[in-house]
Design a binder for this molecule. Structure first.
Ligand code: FUB
Ligand code: ZN
Length: 650
């Protein structure tokens, strides 16, 4: 399947245009100021741990020092460079559809610094250049040189596409040439992969962009070599110790690194969630281009493990702060989870690649789930505050006192010492146009209902809708005869399509195949009832609980609108009667959902436990908002899952 260039997809949806404007006008300029340390912001560590970098970004300063333009020491995480690359990528994707000379000049200045920081042999990683030059490519178990290279490649492609300026692409290719020289199956080469996957998927993009298959082969090498020698990382550590290059002697956790066996033999989502899913994305990308049945089988098994056993209702993944990682099946605690924004982004990427191999409804379902929930929650509506961890339940008091929740922030900070998520949000949502359509020969795949105009080589397709806030989508098509595939969302009721100059050929597994003629017009109608969602009983955290969904949105309640969230009980029988409160503004976004519910009357005695006393409830009302909007009205408790009313009180 083929993606459309962002220049060919004009977003007209108010919902998404608002984000694109926010990213261009607020988020990108703000992020540059932070990366340059030009403004005083509260840069918090991602969890309560005094040893973690915080206080400033220093990311651009690191490049300046490496370039000899400034004097000082490297500061921040060893992958701080990637924050800058992701920022440039977000500029690249924005400029592709909204040219802006000032922004381009600012990015050019940053790129000039990066170019100067690159060493003569192509190597580029400010952490190792400035701090540990003797350990270049020698601490792969933790170092992120290839992860950063991956982000550099992605940034370079986006920027070259947008501006036709290839300076960064040249930097990226030179770095890749250096990597190619050092890594491979020759005797004198390193036969191992980076601790953090990312370069694999980026190399496939570079292959697509340049047509040079050496990049695809290198991507295949990195997927193949991981876990081939399970002692690789230990040998690396031992060699550094023996040669006196480092006294670090860590316990290597091969599951964390997804290096316990070669990826093609992996069956489960384990270890660090972002690494796992960036790797799976790379694997799926390779499968699409050079089919490998073992690798595809592994993708399918990993996919199933994630979405059938390890994914939160919001599309969040990673149940624990320990290693920012996946845990066992159905272990989905709502208040100590991790659900890093980057991990949901990685799941979006993986789903999108899986769909391109086999266009099934389930992949679109997950793309939609993560987009409208676990990813959008990553940024505040002002575009200047960001969540790293996206909880499903917050008790402010408990977060303050319980060290086990030291990573759960009750408000989005200005910035983070580990700032992988904010620019990841900007580049991903900034390229929302990528995910709406795909093309394969004479077939168009319409994946997401987002108002937009698609300009194909020989056709124009227009999608008119106010979705997610409304229930109709109109499609106008002008061009030669084609096949169009549509999706019936899993949450939709009474989904119907009427056609003019078009014909439904097949409707199966929520996939609709339509034959289009010139001047085709489709009218899609559906209902978005308010739904109660329960989880598989294996999910201990959600036993007896229910969550609320309407359309693609998962809803939550905040204590800023509802007093004492713990006391609310939802009656599944009245959920459908919930109603929207008019917001009164002109956006057409009715975000506040009101639901009749029960509320526990005050506990009679101030005791912790009582004998078999039935809760007495009073009729009350619960105010819910879409999950992605939580935390925009000040510090608050928040809850997605609510206990259901006990049967005898119904
Ligand atoms: O290690 C680089 C990034 O920082 C990871 O993807 C995130 O989980 C955070 O650890
Ligand atoms: Zn992140």
């Amino acid at each position: 399947m083929k993606e459309f260039e962002l220049t060919n997809v004009k977003i007209t949806s108010d919902f998404w245009k608002k984000y694109l404007t926010l990213i261009k006008e607020e988020m990108i300029p703000y992020q540059l100021q932070v990366l340059k340390d030009d403004i005083a912001v509260d840069v918090q560590a991602e969890r309560k741990d005094a040893s973690l970098p915080a206080g400033k970004s220093h990311a651009i300063e690191n490049f300046k020092i490496a370039a000899g333009l400034s004097v000082g020491e490297h500061f921040g995480w060893f992958f701080q460079d990637s924050d800058v690359y992701k920022w440039i990528e977000s500029v690249g994707v924005v400029l592709q559809s909204q040219p802006d000379t000032d922004l381009e000049t600012q990015a050019d200045e940053v790129i000039d610094i990066i170019e100067k920081a690159q060493e003569d042999d192509g190597y580029l990683d400010t952490y190792f250049q400035l701090k540990y030059p003797k350990l270049k490519y020698r601490q792969l178990y933790f170092g992120h040189e290839l992860y950063c290279a991956g982000h550099l490649i992605e940034a370079a492609i986006a920027y070259d596409k947008a501006t036709g300026k290839d300076k960064l692409l040249t930097v990226a290719k030179r770095f890749v040439a250096n990597i190619e020289e050092h890594f491979g199956y020759e005797d004198n080469q390193i036969q191992g992969a980076d601790g953090h996957q990312e370069i694999e998927l980026a190399l496939v993009k570079l292959y697509d962009y340049t047509g040079d298959d050496c990049y695809l082969r290198l991507a295949q090498f990195f997927i193949d070599v991981r876990g081939k020698d399970v002692n690789f990382y230990q040998k690396e550590v031992d060699a550094n110790l023996a040669e006196g290059l480092s006294d670090a002697n860590p316990i290597i956790n091969l599951e964390y690194l997804q290096a316990y066996v070669q990826p093609k033999h992996q069956k489960h989502a384990v270890g660090h969630a972002v690494r796992m899913l960036y790797m799976a994305t790379g694997m799926a990308k390779i499968v699409s281009r050079d089919f490998d049945s073992d690798l595809y089988q592994a993708c399918l098994e990993i996919w199933d493990d994630v979405v059938k056993r390890k994914m939160y209702i919001t599309g969040g993944v990673g149940s624990t702060v320990h290693g920012e990682a996946f845990v066992g099946p159905y272990d989905l605690p709502n208040d100590t989870m991790y659900c890093e924004t980057c991990a949901s982004i990685a799941l979006l990427y993986f789903a999108y690649e899986m769909f391109q191999i086999s266009p099934k409804a389930e992949y679109i379902d997950v793309m939609e789930r993560v987009l409208y929930n676990g990813i959008l929650s990553g940024a505040a509506t002002d575009g200047k505050h960001f969540f790293y961890v996206n909880p499903l339940e917050v008790d402010v008091d408990s977060c303050r006192h319980n060290p086990g929740k030291g990573h759960v922030k009750t408000q989005r900070p200005d910035w983070l010492g580990c700032a992988c998520c904010p620019p990841n949000f900007a580049r991903t949502i900034g390229s929302i146009g990528r995910y709406i359509y795909l093309e394969s020969g004479n077939e168009i795949y319409l994946n997401l209902y987002i108002a937009s105009q698609l300009q194909g080589e020989d056709f124009i397709l227009e999608q008119k809708t106010v979705f997610p806030w409304d229930n109709t989508v109109e499609i106008d098509y002008r061009g030669p005869q084609k096949i169009l595939y549509l999706q019936e969302p899993y949450w939709a009721k009474d989904f119907g399509v009427t056609c003019e100059n078009a014909q439904i050929l097949q409707r199966e597994h929520r996939r609709i195949k339509v034959f289009l003629e010139d001047n085709a017009h489709l009218l899609i109608r559906f209902k978005q009832p308010v739904l109660g969602v329960v989880s598989n009983p294996e999910v201990r955290a959600n036993i007896g609980k229910i969550a609320i969904q309407k359309g693609p949105f998962i809803y939550c309640a905040q204590s800023v609108q509802n007093t004492n969230l713990k006391y609310y009980r939802i009656n599944p029988k009245v959920i459908e009667q919930s109603y929207f409160e008019e917001t009164g503004d002109e956006s057409g976004e009715c975000v506040t959902l009101k639901m009749s519910c029960q509320k526990v009357e005050c506990w009679q005695k101030k005791t912790l436990y009582q004998f078999n006393i039935e809760e007495t409830n009073v009729l009350s009302e619960l105010i819910l908002i879409p999950y992605y909007l939580w935390g925009n009205q000040g510090e608050t408790d928040m809850q997605v899952w609510f206990p259901m009313v006990r049967r005898n009180t119904i």
